[in-house]
Write a protein that binds this ligand. Sequence first.
Ligand code: UT7
Length: 325
Amino acid sequence: MGSRIVATGRAVPRTALTNKDLERYMDTSDQWIRSRTGIGSRYAMRQGESLADIATDASRTALERAGVKPGALDAIIVGTVSSEYAFPSLACQIQKGLGISSMPAFDVAAACSGFVYALQVADAQMRAGDFKRVLVVGADALSTMVDWSDRRTAVLFGDGAGACVMVTEAGNRGVLSSLLRSAGEHWNLLSLRSTGIRATIDSEVRRCADDAIQMKGPELFKIAVKRMEEISRLVAARAGVKLEEIDLFVPHQANLRIMSAVAERLGLPPGKVFTNIDRYGNTSAASVPIALDEALEQGRIHDGNIVMLNACGGGLTWGANLIRW
Ligand code: UT7
């Protein structure tokens, strides 16, 4: 018995910030951001908005599309590192938002790899027979954790949530294989100290630079390309799938140049790589499920297709899920 994604959903904050908007706040340009990252705009939370509400909206959409009542869920597993609360978990907040209780609800902290990690955890527990219907969510609001005067990080991140409903199923569809990896020795390539302070572009709250997201971009870039390529090959080999059999590659949307480099190394043509970073920026754990939801909406995935989800982020963490749709 395996697990299969039967429906997805997504939600974002109300405000879209374009690169031109950011030019008013810091010394940057639309040209630099587009050419170095592929980002054109991103959704950013304002004061009064809540990641829990956005994640609950995405979850509701996925549940409705799946025809699964919230009360029928056996577990809620959420990849996130930016909930308003250190505890309760975002999973418990979503559970409250959906008006249900009793089933286990917990977060998985793997930064940008959070959704890929959460999906692996759900799949393994479903294969073990623990759960039959699981809500898996990736949600983050890293725009609230940057130093808005630091152009090296402030232009990169957007906020949002993506969700999917997974059910156990016999047969050859569903998650074929997942692989997760971490390298704690690279912890300081992308990090954020826990302070509990939140800043948004329109608020007076300013934190000291050390308490905002710290990133060594160029070093991270090189490792991300290498690791994402490597894990793709490993997970495909483990499932007995050839790389050329992949119909759609859905990578974490951190940088268009990273995605292109990984795809090129894997021999995947641009038409097999899903990107939406131009409209979302880097939404951390939300990026893969938001991209998956859009890919389905755009008819890019058909029954029987081989889809690879892939991510790399703070930790370092990285991983991939190979799915037969
Ligand atoms: O989601 C988790 C995984 N994340 C990643 O894997 C991110 C990996 N890294 C990257 O995507 C890229 O390294 C960045 C997009 C973060 C940076 O791009 P880069 O091409 O590596 O630029 P850089 O950091 O080497 O900076 C090049 C120049 C610098 O100026 P000087 O020193 O050459 O004069 C920066 O100060 O670009 C400057 N710069 C900017 N200029 C205008 C940096 N940020 C900006 C900006 N606007 N926003």
